[in-house]
Design a protein around this ligand. Structure first.
Ligand code: FAD
Length: 468
């Protein structure tokens, strides 16, 4: 109780939640992880974050930061710990259009950034299905990817500066607004993707880009991954790299969509082996402004490319969005993926990346291997194809923990064998720690452990996460 009272002195009693008040923070989006925190503290500024960390360091109590709680790997599991929710630190401090930057606090929700910068004709191009809940601190800490990485990179590529409160309560001010700064080690990128194990992110400087004036969006049926990759490379060449999204949905996804989300319309009457969601964004007026007949040049160009590919038999079918509503319908189909994947239990959800030209090799090998491990298992492989990122999920025929672990390990083994990574964009959290132990380079693990020990010698920041 002494600790709780002292926390209340820092943030005010209304911002230290205990008992039933913590229910909203005691589980993650997946529902797989459930815990009972000692308290949830909701600081209003970095000074309150610093005072909370100093107090918890003195008391030897673990601190687990949380954003929107949409992480998919148990990263906010906080049994017995003090959870630090930065939701009250939700100010967009500045948008500076001339510098193409936004300065934001850690508790700002991603979609609020989208809305605010759109008023200036700008975009913050990170986006994914959980954008209405995920917060700056969370998406920086997982180095989130999403649907636009093929053009704009993942979170690291979109951040200029961060402010971090260290385990001992000191503030590390790395709020650079610079695009070039070679003053020693890159500490900013150390904290991005650290999943709250090295410090608490309290603010960031984000890079903005000109908002697309028009999009060409299409659902495209293709026979398989090799043809899809050819199409991606052709479109990149023709558009000067303006492909913003290149997403892959197999026939198995459409079957599950019909089962779990009958309210969403399948793109085609026929179920093709592979469907792509392709989006091209343009800013130049000659591509984005409607012609006399009402057509948009960027849409016409995509249509022509697809028509030629169809004549060669590379594209089996295609439908283009003619209105914003049709575009939104196409994205709703793609963004139901997390819900559809997690709907069936048991499952082994994974998040791997591969060289683009090895993706088919992975699927061929993994499908065969899964069949040997569990002949009754089903699989679903959705991809941010333009990034070489598969969300490969196996649905085993029985809920058998050793079998699930064996399948998880097999996916990682196949990915690593083909030059890939077992963790592309969701982070490690709790669920991938065994895979870290088995597949991460031991020297890299040793360096990470030393960095952790230097920054958090008591091991109180998000303990038990990331490092095996
Ligand atoms: C429907 C859905 C779709 C998704 N699609 C994608 C996708 O396409 N691409 C993708 O990359 N991810 C995706 N995700 C997962 C994604 O990682 C998270 O949505 C997001 O990045 C986490 O933000 P959050 O605020 O919810 O963080 P939380 O889940 O609250 O936290 C995530 C991690 O960050 C740490 N953390 C939180 N705040 C701070 C802070 N201030 N300082 C230090 N550490 C902190 C936490 O301790 C935890 O380890 C999806 C999730 C859902 C539910």
């Amino acid at each position: 109780m002494a600790l709780i009272d002292a926390l209340r002195d820092i943030t005010g009693p209304a911002n230290v939640l205990t008992g039933d008040e913590t229910a909203r923070y005691s589980h993650d989006w997946t529902g797989k992880y459930v815990w009972t925190p000692r308290a949830v503290v909701r600081p209003a500024n970095r000074e309150e974050v610093a005072a909370t960390l100093r107090l918890c360091a003195e008391a030897g109590v673990p601190v687990v930061p949380t954003g929107g709680g949409t992480g998919l790997n148990g990263g906010t599991f906080a049994e017995g710990g003090v959870m630090l929710s930065l939701e009250r630190m939700n100010r967009i401090r500045e948008i500076r259009p001339a510098s193409r930057i936004a300065i934001v606090e850690a508790g700002v929700v991603l979609s609020a950034i989208h809305d605010a910068v759109a008023e200036h004709g700008l975009a913050f191009p990170l986006t994914f299905g959980a954008r209405g809940s995920a917060q700056v601190g969370g998406f920086l800490s997982t180095n989130a990817g999403g649907s636009n990485v093929v053009r704009f990179g993942n979170t690291r590529a979109l951040v200029l500066g961060v402010e971090v409160v260290l385990a001992d309560g000191r503030v590390l001010d790395l709020m650079s607004e610079l695009r070039k700064d070679n003053t020693g080690y890159d500490l900013r990128d150390l904290f991005i993707g650290a999943e709250g194990t090295l410090g608490i992110i309290t603010a960031a400087v984000l890079k903005l880009v000109p908002a697309a004036r028009a999009h060409a969006t299409a659902m495209v049926a293709v026979p398989g991954l090799a043809v899809a990759l050819d199409l991606l490379n052709r479109l990149q060449g023709e558009t000067g790299g303006a492909v913003e999204a290149f997403e892959y949905l197999p026939a198995a996804y459409m079957e599950r969509l019909a089962r779990h989300r009958p309210d969403l319309k399948e793109p085609f009457a026929t179920r093709y082996p592979s469907t792509l969601l392709i989006e091209i964004g343009v800013t130049a007026p000659h591509e984005a402004e409607p012609l006399a007949d009402g057509s948009l040049p960027v849409v016409t160009r995509l249509e022509d490319t697809l028509a030629m590919a169809m004549a060669r038999g590379e594209v089996l079918d295609a439908t283009l969005a003619r209105t914003e509503a049709q575009r939104a319908e196409m994205w709703a189909v793609r963004e139901a993926a997390a819900e559809i994947t997690f709907a069936q239990k048991p499952h082994v959800d994974t998040d791997i990346s591969l060289p683009l030209d090895r993706m088919q090799d992975f699927l061929t090998a993994m499908t065969a291997r899964l069949h040997v491990l569990d002949p009754g298992a089903e699989e679903l492989a959705i991809a941010h194809l333009g990034d070489g990122n598969f969300h490969y999920t196996a649905f085993p025929s029985r809920d058998d923990a050793p079998l699930l672990a064996t399948i998880r390990n097999a996916v990682a083994e196949e990915a690593v064998r083909l030059g890939g990574s077992f963790s592309a964009e969701h982070g490690i959290g709790l669920s991938k720690r065994p895979t870290m132990a088995d597949h991460k380079d031991p020297v890299a693990l040793d360096v990470m452990a030393r960095i952790k020990a230097a920054l958090d010698p008591q091991g109180l920041l998000n303990p038990g996460k990331v490092l095996p």
